[in-house]
Design a protein around this ligand. Structure first.
Ligand code: TXA
Ligand code: MG
Length: 338
């Protein structure tokens, strides 16, 4: 057990966090998406400590967080025109751009890959922390590997207290799902590896639609032996103990399904406008609300010892694709079409 310091998200707390990080420590920090478990991205030992604390497979690369997009040139070999436009349009913000890495980023940070994902968080406190450190921060989501990403300091405390040097309590995260991860190749093709708050539709602002692609695995299961573009996609994720199924139908169909199949052990994970008679946890009606509430709802299902959960099918447009992508993994890809 490590003595974990709970830190305030003000200048004093950030200064203490920077001290811990400068000594090679690992500290959970708030971002606008989810909490990240930060360490010096240029120090392989810090990266190893992050993997160890999370119980994360060491081939799953860490995102490198910068305080300003102009620093990107120090860490990647090339920045294609479209990547520059993504940074200038959507950063600071919930987007991670994967590019060929320079030597300075150790393989321990990049999970053995020759590329690195760069992100400039919108949360000012995260950027202030990076500035105080004077080095970029590698930070995966600050949850135990396999459990839902943390959107409040309490989530981090319940997963990582005693395993990390510090946890900055910055309240609830605004976005609630992790950043959009995308790669940009030499021909300026964008491939979305993980959907997030910055959507394929948003990206049309910086690219033409035929140059924007969705990686395989976002909405379907990837086979054991298949090559994945983003290692995180092959791992089971966000799984509460409850057995979740997505019910692929509209509101009326969902209500009917629940009245036929709901029993005393069942929970509904729904939008809140349904008329049903089993206990429910609601995500909200808009995709943005659903994104904000999803991970907390998945954790709540464990707290109430839900065994079987029937979930509404999210709208797959816009931010809804990120909600669907995460929920599908939480459900172990179980989708029931009544
Ligand atoms: O919003 C976020 O992205 C949060 C906050 C803390 O910034 N971070 C986060 O990190 O979600 P993590 O490690 O939980 O998820 C990063 C995802 C993984 O699926 C990983 O495989 C993928 O991004 N990724 C990172 N670097 C990559 C690379 N070089 N190539 C392909 N995929 C990469
Ligand atoms: Mg994660």
């Amino acid at each position: 057990m490590i003595d974990t310091e709970i830190l305030t998200a003000d200048e004093a707390g950030l200064k203490r966090a920077a001290e811990l990080l400068k000594k090679g420590g690992i500290v959970a920090m708030p971002t606008e998406t989810v909490y990240g478990l930060a360490g010096n991205a240029l120090d392989p030992h810090a990266a190893e400590r992050i993997y160890c604390a999370k119980g994360r497979p060491s081939d799953n690369p860490l995102i490198v967080h910068l305080s300003d997009a102009t620093q990107a040139v120090e860490y990647v070999k090339v920045i294609p025109e479209t990547a520059k436009r993504i940074f200038s349009t959507f950063s600071p913000g919930p987007v991670t751009v994967v590019l060929p890495k320079k030597e300075i980023i150790p393989k321990a940070t990049s999970g053995g890959l020759d590329t690195v994902g760069l992100r400039i968080p919108a949360d000012k406190r995260a950027r202030r922390l990076i500035s105080l450190c004077g080095f970029p921060l590698a930070a995966p989501s600050a949850n135990l590997s396999g459990s839902p990403s943390p959107t409040s300091a309490n989530h981090v405390i319940s997963d990582l207290f005693g395993a990390v040097d510090g946890i900055i309590d910055g309240g609830e995260c605004g976005v609630g799902v992790e950043s959009t991860v995308l790669s940009v190749d030499d021909d300026n093709n964008i491939t979305i590896l993980r959907p997030g708050f910055i959507t394929a539709e948003d990206l049309r602002e910086v690219s033409s639609p035929e140059k924007i692609h969705l990686a395989k695995g976002i909405t379907e299961r990837i086979g054991e032996e298949e090559k994945v573009l983003s290692p995180g996609m092959k791992y089971k994720h966000y799984a509460p103990k409850a057995d979740i199924a997505i019910i692929d139908t509209n509101k009326a169909g969902f209500e009917q399904y629940i009245s036929a199949h709901g029993n005393e052990k069942a929970y509904a994970l729904c939008f809140g406008d349904e008329n049903i008679n089993i206990p429910m946890i609601t995500l909200g009606v808009t995709s943005e609300e659903q994104a904000h509430n999803l991970f907390n709802a998945l954790r709540r299902l464990d707290e109430v010892n839900a065994e079987r959960v029937f979930a509404r099918m999210p709208d797959k447009k816009g931010v809804g694709l990120a909600v669907y992508n995460r929920l599908l993994r939480a459900a172990g890809f179980e989708v029931i079409k009544p």
